[in-house]
Design a protein around this ligand. Structure first.
Ligand SMILES: [Zn+2]
Length: 140
């Protein structure tokens, strides 16, 4: 976050991935609804199946830097025993999911092969670039 004139510019975007096993789908659904009601997230989606590098189904929730501290407090208060991966969406998926990743609860093994795959095939990225500034990074 930085100041541009009088305006606070909230540039950085983050994700929280809340992982759940198939037998926890109902609890995950309730948590997903609570996440939406919290008003902290700009986007919340429940995914019942593993996608991309993610090992299980998950709740994917996006938030801005200005909400970061509140989101961490909310996650610790609400995640129960679900594992949560929090990472910046910087455009560098590998860094975001390794050095840039922060776990709440038990860390789970991600499918790292996936990052090599998207190097070759960027269209397979799960997270589409959010900011127009990234349009210049397209390789094709
Ligand atoms: Zn993510």
């Amino acid at each position: 976050m930085f100041k541009l004139g009088d305006k606070i510019v909230d540039m950085r975007h983050f994700h929280a991935h809340i992982y759940f096993e198939p037998n926890r789908l109902e609890s995950a659904r309730l948590l997903s609804e609570r996440a939406e009601l919290s008003g902290l997230f700009g986007f919340v989606q429940l995914r019942g199946q593993p996608v991309g590098p993610h090992p299980t189904g998950m709740i994917e929730a996006h938030f801005r830097e200005s909400a970061h501290a509140s989101v961490l407090v909310w996650l610790e208060a609400n995640r129960g025993d679900f594992s949560v991966l929090v990472h910046e969406d910087s455009g560098d998926d590998f860094r975001d999911h390794t050095d840039g990743a922060r776990w709440l609860g038990e860390g789970l093994p991600l499918k790292f092969d996936f990052f090599a795959l998207i190097q070759e095939n960027p269209e397979l990225r799960v997270h589409k670039p959010a900011a127009p500034a990234r349009a210049g990074l397209k390789t094709k």
